[in-house]
Design a protein around this ligand. Structure first.
Ligand code: NAP
Length: 245
């Protein structure tokens, strides 16, 4: 029986790259999306072409009822979940903390941190019952170092790392591994607002002299999800070209 994974925020970017790599590696994939339905449906058709099962599931992970229903639907489709990948995320334009409104703060914390809590909380009971499973969260280098004018995002992503480490301790005795990927600058829609000059400057600051691809972040996720990482838990893997060491 093929292993199964639910990937949140799989319609675009790093989540979509994860979906492709997991499917290529023989996993059945539940593709969560929120607003990008046509992209999610096209991705599911592409994954089915690889021979495995793929199902699109719409849910806003910031809503606890929708996040619980998302996990329930994925478990129903595949009979169980071997892995949960929490990639859904949003960012604000760079701005001072003092310019950040309550709504903006709640929006970022709601998707980037609460969304991880809600989906993980829903997925854990099934994994504990089977004494088997792995969870990979997606943080950011700003969750490790803090980013100037990125306070809400940095707070949410630091929270994801804390949640990951706490859960690794809590769930290790149940044979469930919990790890995190904290990418540097990756070429996705999240950075589409940056000018060519800004992207070039970020590449110049990076020891490997370029920004990363969604596939390079996804490779770290797939590694942590599977048996090659069987003795790794509570870890934060940082595909960032050396920008943050
Ligand atoms: P992206 O290309 O903008 O894609 C974001 C994904 O998140 C989309 O699939 C989107 O789905 C989904 N999403 C957003 N809000 C959601 C919600 N409420 N419920 C469910 N899904 C939701 O971003 P990305 O660059 O791939 O980012 C993926 C993850 O990596 C995020 O957690 C991000 O913080 C993290 N990250 C990115 C970078 C980078 O440089 N790109 C660096 C470090 C960390 P819909 O379009 O269907 O709404």
């Amino acid at each position: 029986m093929a292993p199964s994974v639910l990937i949140t925020g799989a319609s675009r970017g790093i989540g979509a790259a994860c979906a492709r790599l997991f499917a290529q590696a023989g996993w059945d994939v539940a593709v969560n999306y929120n607003s990008s339905e046509s992209a999610a449906l096209a991705l599911v058709r592409e994954l089915e072409g690889l021979g495995g099962r793929a199902v699109p599931i719409r849910a806003d992970v910031a809503d606890p009822a929708q996040a619980a229903a998302l996990v329930g639907r994925a478990e129903e489709e595949f009979g169980r979940l071997d892995c949960l990948v929490c990639s859904a995320g949003v960012a604000l334009p760079q701005q001072l903390l003092t310019d950040t409104t309550d709504e903006q703060w709640r929006y970022v914390l709601g998707v980037d941190l609460d969304g991880v809590f809600y989906t993980v909380r829903a997925a854990v009971p099934g994994m504990v019952r089977r004494k088997r499973g792995s969870i990979v969260t997606v943080s950011s280098m700003w969750g490790v170092t803090g980013g100037s004018c990125e306070a809400a995002y940095s707070a949410a992503k630091a929270g994801v790392i804390g949640l990951t480490k706490a859960l690794a301790k809590e769930l290790g005795p149940s044979n469930i591994r919990v790890n995190c990927v904290a990418p540097g600058v990756i070429g996705t829609d999240m950075n589409a607002h940056l000018s060519r000059a800004n992207l070039d400057a970020l590449a110049d600051e990076t020891p490997l002299c370029r920004i990363g691809t969604p596939e390079e972040a996804a490779r770290c996720v797939l590694f942590l999800a599977g048996e090659d990482a069987a003795f790794l838990t509570g870890q934060v893997l940082q595909p960032n070209g050396g920008l943050v060491i």
